[in-house]
Design a protein around this ligand. Structure first.
Ligand code: GAR
Length: 208
């Protein structure tokens, strides 16, 4: 059974999707062992408590640099014997120390079809503002392995939805969460836990 750490910063609807999938038995060979939040006030922490999942706070402001925060994070993950790190709306920059230990074992959900609307400044609602401003006809979500370069690691799963004429950033965000994010993230986590993701260069092969 693989031990999963979920990293959060806010509302935690993606964490909830993972908790619900786990309750339905859809995270095959995996178990959420801990929730780590970068913000003490994150509602995601209440979701963890409700589900009886241990949690802790690791705030950037308590460390002198992103590097020292990352080292504290890695120490925590190792102490708990974590196999998979899931960034589910985690808004804090981490440094290479995480990927040295967790190579192809950190995954992130991004609310757009990478390589569109990603990178610096593209997070949360901003992503949907950018998509609407550009006038795209489809958008969606991407689950990918995390590497040192922001939003650039090998893509695991993607799903698209239509952008509607009267969409606001909020309605587009909601549709992408419901139809893409909350489905893709548990699916990708389950595939990882079953050792069914094979990374070859930029390509992730899904094994039967
Ligand atoms: C989600 O839409 C997630 O894809 C996005 O933040 C939101 C968090 O919501 N992540 C990023 O933008 C990362 N670049 P949640 O806390 O309800 O899961």
């Amino acid at each position: 059974m693989k031990k999963i750490a979920v990293l959060v910063s806010g509302g935690g609807t993606n964490l909830q999707a993972l908790i619900d999938a786990q309750a339905r038995g859809e995270i095959v060979n995996g178990e959420i062992a801990v929730v780590i939040s970068s913000a003490p006030e994150a509602y995601a922490l209440e979701r963890a408590q409700h589900a009886n999942i241990p949690s802790c706070v690791l705030a950037r402001k308590d460390y002198s640099s992103s590097q020292s925060m990352t080292i504290a994070l890695v120490n925590k993950l190792r102490e708990l014997d974590i196999d998979l790190v899931v960034m589910a709306g985690f808004m804090t920059i981490v440094t290479k120390e995480l990927f040295e230990v967790y190579n192809n074992a950190v995954i992130n959900i991004h609310p757009a079809l990478i390589p569109s609307f990603c990178g610096k400044g593209a997070y949360g609602l901003h992503v949907h503002e950018q998509a609407l401003a550009y006038g795209v006809k489809v958008s969606g979500a991407t689950v990918h392995f995390v590497t040192e370069e922001c939003d650039s690691g090998p893509i695991i799963l993607q799903k698209a939805v239509d952008v509607l004429l009267d969409d606001t950033p909020e309605t587009l965000q909601r549709r992408i969460m419901e139809r893409c994010e909350w489905k893709l993230l548990p699916q990708a986590v389950s595939l990882f836990c079953q050792d069914r993701l094979k990374v070859e260069g930029r390509t992730v092969q899904i094994l039967p």
